[in-house]
Ligand binder design. Structure first.
Ligand code: MOS
Length: 748
């Protein structure tokens, strides 16, 4: 009967999904009412400050412990000598999301910014001054800081487990047979996530129970890591992480400084708060690795690609592996009988790179889109026409059909809205009324439609209200709002009759908010939990002779606005409350899981797509560049909330502008120091740099990615935009700059 009920009970997509609702947490956030991790001050709390290394390689030979300890207010100084023991070696890497941490194992220094001691004090000021008094002395060694330093090797994998080499067809033969060839080397810099909210932890121990407030993109994963390091059962660890002030990948896995805060609390036996200073975020919490990418393209006489080789040189740290997978976009984007992506890498004396919003896709796409643009120009073709000429009808490297792909519509709608048809083919043809050079560029956007693994719980209560729980945080992207919309529809309740609980590790594991997969993953878990509870309720009713739904059996029942009704006669039914009351139940619960559909993944290539059109203006005398207008058209399956999705696209597009024109960590080649480790000199667009933005949501129905048809929108906006802006700079000036961010001096 349960099976019959679950197949017969069906929830029609209701009225919440698709609504442009404002953020449920918006008011809390703009009024300061939202509590972030560092806002929590348990009684008796002390403050911790890190002392970090100013050299990139060597050993700490001395710390002025006496001076720090003598400071009034300093309670303790934690060094490798007195750091509490861990149950697990932090050098061990036991999984794909587990990275080596510097937790005061020894006196070795591996990068600038590595924690070398933690000072714990009654006040933040005392902790900060105590840390400064330590004045570390070092035995420093020569450092490797650039992609040409040291011996390159082929990494075992790129990203988290992707092959470092993919070959389809014979690239060399394709290049040899080509009527025209382009070879170009593109360089992208190290970039840092720079979330507004620094990594922070407030940790309190009670015996072997640990309670922490800390921002985390994956709460239950963080619990597992912390429990493992401290040798306590996961149920002894409670993490609250309702809101993140940005994560972008750097809060995906728990970082070393967060664990140091927990260790500090253990050392002093009191709650401790540790917040990274801005410059301390340029080292121990990851970054986007620099790349040098060599693109080799061949086309036949008609402008159709005969070969595409995308070689990526990247870097990891000397002590752990994360290799930026920049070649991945070339697997998918353009049709070619021969495609190869290859990687090699060097080891630098830096912190370990990690995922940063569109990891691989962002850096890879600005290079690929540039080289594609160069080839279009070499062929004398309009760059949009060239992209359409090489449109991939199936995924070229795998041969799989796309589960859905409305990229043609993206090109068409974006071009129409932008006014692309008026674009002169040759560069340096357009000026505005002030004499500034005007250029228009296009870039194709793509990002895989991924799913992680997540769970949710749904409850219907006797008063007719509903509850949905999942351990998701809201990182600013509007997850809580989108999830509540899915929850409301899955229970067929108005959203104001629904309680939505999240942000706590004791709730069902929502999986990782990463890979643009969160809405699909936790959303499908919520959808499934709702369907499960409705099915259970339907079973109660259909097996009860007193219910008007008794015997609905094969016809089945459907949920409608807090009621179950017969599918064949919607006037016959009863409310959830009536069913529960008669059964003598206060509530009924259901569970759901969200995960990648393995069969669908085997058969289909699943990606979101988009087309971005950019206008830039360049001062011909000063070389000053401004992005003035971006139009992006994106197709990403079902849109849960168009207001929030548009905001994700805008954010991504601004990141794209940043990638092309602003953003770079400037590393001192002699010392390995990031010289602009602050938000004053690490340039990201401010409002005055942000162009007029328009995001078009192109209709796309994907029957394969998941039952809700969600593809994910968090990262794709960067991928087309960075290339579109760079290509527009070429169109404005006639100068092809292949090193990012584009510098004024390269245009003069
Ligand atoms: Mo994202 S770089 O998967 O947080």
């Amino acid at each position: 009967m349960a099976e019959l009920a679950s197949s017969a009970a069906h929830v029609r997509h209701g009225s919440s999904i698709g609504q442009p609702l404002t953020r449920r947490d918006g008011q809390l956030k703009v009024t300061g009412g939202a509590r972030y991790a560092a806002d929590n001050h348990p009684p008796g709390m002390l403050h911790a400050a890190l002392a970090v290394s100013s050299v990139a390689r060597g050993r700490v030979t001395g710390l002025d412990l006496e001076a720090a300890r003598a400071h009034p207010g300093v309670v303790a100084v934690m060094t490798p000598e007195n750091r509490p023991a861990l149950a697990q070696d932090p050098n061990d890497k036991s999984g794909p999301f587990v990275f080596r941490m510097e937790l005061l194992q020894d006196d070795t220094v591996r990068y600038v910014g590595q924690p070398v001691a933690v000072v714990i004090a009654e006040t933040l000021e005392a902790a900060t001054e105590g840390a400064a008094l330590l004045a570390p002395r070092y035995a420093a060694e020569p450092v490797s800081t650039g992609l040409e330093d040291g011996e390159a090797f082929v990494p075992p994998a790129v990203g988290v487990g992707a092959p470092a080499e993919v070959r389809h067809g014979d690239v060399e033969a394709g290049l040899a047979a080509a009527a025209r060839r382009v070879e170009a080397v593109y360089e992208t810099p190290a970039q840092y996530h720079n979330a507004m909210e620094p990594h922070a932890v407030v940790a309190a121990w009670e015996g072997d129970r640990l309670s922490i407030d800390t921002p985390s993109q994956g709460l239950v994963m963080a619990v597992g890591r912390v429990a493992g390091l401290f040798g306590i059962p996961p149920e002894n660890v409670e993490i609250r992480s309702p809101f993140l002030g940005g994560g972008f990948g750097s809060k995906g896995a728990i970082s070393g400084p967060q664990v140091l805060g927990i260790l500090a609390a253990k050392l002093v036996g009191r709650p401790v708060k540790l917040v990274l200073k801005r410059d301390q975020m340029y080292g121990p919490v990851g970054h986007r690795a620099p790349t040098r990418q060599t693109l080799r393209l061949g086309v036949d006489g008609e402008g159709a690609l005969t070969a595409l080789h995308h070689h990526v040189r990247t870097a990891s740290s000397r002590y752990d592996d994360f290799f930026e997978p920049s070649g991945s976009v070339s697997h998918t984007l353009y049709a070619s009988p021969a495609i190869a992506t290859t990687s090699d890498a060097v080891r630098l004396d830096s912190g370990t790179p990690i995922f940063m919003r569109a990891p691989g896709e962002a850096s890879g796409s600005i290079a690929l889109e540039g080289a594609i643009d160069e080839m279009a120009a070499a062929c004398g073709m309009d760059p949009l026409e060239f992209r359409l000429r090489n449109y991939a009808e199936v995924e070229p490297t795998s041969g799989k059909p796309f589960s859905s792909k409305a990229l043609r519509e993206c090109y068409a709608q974006g071009a129409e809205r932008f006014g692309w048809s008026g674009r002169p083919l040759a560069p340096r043809q357009m000026r505005d009324e002030d004499g500034l050079l005007v250029g228009w560029g296009v870039g194709t956007a793509t990002f895989p439609a991924l799913m992680m693994h997540g769970q949710a719980r749904a409850v219907l209560r006797r008063d007719g209200s509903g509850l949905v729980e999942t351990g998701a945080h809201d990182m600013g992207q509007g997850a809580w709002t989108a999830f509540a919309q899915i929850a409301a529809d899955s229970l067929a309740l108005p959203i104001d009759q629904l309680e939505f609980r999240a942000g706590h590790s004791g709730l069902p594991d929502a999986g990782i908010a990463g890979g643009s997969a969160h809405t699909a993953t936790a959303g499908m878990a919520i959808h499934g939990a709702g369907a499960d509870v409705i099915a259970r309720l339907a079973e109660l009713a259909m097996t009860d002779q007193r219910s008007p739904l008794f015997g609905a059996g094969n016809a089945g029942v459907v949920a409608r606005e807090g009621r179950l009704v017969r599918r064949d006669d919607e006037s016959r039914g009863e409310s959830y409350a009536e069913i529960l009351a008669r059964a003598g139940l206060d509530e009924i619960e259901g569970r759901g899981t969200g995960a990648m559909d393995q069969a669908a993944q085997e058969h289909y290539a699943m990606h979101a797509h988009g087309a971005v059109f950019a206008e830039v203006k360049v001062d011909p005398e000063l070389g000053q560049i401004r992005a003035t207008r971006l139009v992006g058209a994106f197709a990403a399956g079902r849109i849960i909330n168009p207001r929030l999705v548009r905001s994700q696209y805008y954010g991504g597009m601004i990141w794209g502008v940043s990638f092309a024109l602003h953003e770079a960590a400037v590393v001192d080649r002699r010392t390995g120091r990031v010289m602009n480790a602050n938000l004053g000199e690490y340039h990201v667009p401010v409002n005055a740099d942000v162009p007029s933005l328009e995001a078009i949501l192109v209709d796309e129905v994907d029957p394969h990615v998941n039952a809700l048809g969600i593809k994910g929108v968090g990262e794709i906006g960067i991928t087309g935009s960075a290339g579109a802006v760079a290509n527009a700079v070429w169109h404005a000036t006639g100068v092809r700059v292949r090193r990012f961010p584009i510098a004024i001096e390269e245009l003069l």
